[in-house]
Design a protein around this ligand. Sequence first.
Ligand code: NDP
Length: 330
Amino acid sequence: TTSVHLAQRPTGLPVEETWEIRRTELPDELEEGQFLVVVDYISLDPAMRGWLNDVRSYIRPVQVGELMRANATGTVTASRHPDFAEGQAVVGPFGVTEHAISDGTGVTAIDTQLAAPPTWLGALGMPGHTAYFGLHDVGELKSGDTVLISGAAGAVGSVAGQLAKAQGCTVIGVAGGTEKCQWLEEIGFDAAVDYKSDNVLKKLREIAPDGIDVFFDNVGGEILDAGLANLRRGARVVICGAISSYNETSLPPGPSRYLSLLVFRAKMQGFVVFDYADRYPEAVEKVGEHISNGTLTARETVLEGGVTAFNEALQGLFKGVNTGKLVLKV
Ligand code: NDP
């Protein structure tokens, strides 16, 4: 089988030399309690960039020489595990590899009748859970709120915006480029701001003159500042991520507008989706309902090329090649 391992820690954007492509033989036999998965789609996540840094974080960094960590979907093709039968479609932390031998840790069966495997890495997977818990538990979303989402055309952002719409909120998205902004309006966003051509701060003042109640930020940097400059009294700023800084080699400037939190009696809180693990089924159920009744469009961008195309695929996230969830087909 072919798999991708960390060869050396990158400075800035990962490059081909960051990785080692390894070819290994699968063992002839499984041990009791194990099963074999043939991987079909690998999730590409901005967080992967953080896992490459040797720093204290919410999860142990990937070590040099280790298989690159990734969520993936696949099919069980052999099993000596009581809960996973041959033929079962699954999602789990299989890594960037064509085959995985698993003991079931972190693995869940998926219903491919309800949605195709890539959706289980997107709206029905970790990004969808992030949108759901970030909005409701951290953002304390209420019907009628004016909601701002950055990184709005991505995996987390597009689900967050649609969930807020379904709850009767006014939703503004920020994304890069006209096509992504058009798509946001197609899936129900009330307005979309193209940060590549618009002055986001000014534009938000025009679109939401009374300010924003919930700001779900995936981007950080100038876009975080633009949102902070447009809050409403009692606003909740949800720090989901800051993709604009993940490849920076020096620290970004602090949020220069943070005093808005004082002026508007607002709060800003970060969160990690893993802390909601025992409630993932609730997120799957709620997002699944919206997909089934047509109030939520789950979209994925599927890249071809298999595991050896992993580096290029990962770079795609930072270039914004994706609309919806980015996955790599094995
Ligand atoms: P996306 O599907 O949103 O993909 C990344 C997108 O980010 C790109 O498509 C691109 O869209 C945008 N982007 C890339 N570089 C920049 C930049 N410099 N400035 C502005 N936008 C940029 O990824 P996810 O939905 O998986 O993740 C979104 C965010 O959520 C990330 O910050 C991630 O770290 C975070 N996250 C946090 C979790 C948590 O537990 N807190 C869990 C999961 C994700 P565009 O073309 O619009 O620029």
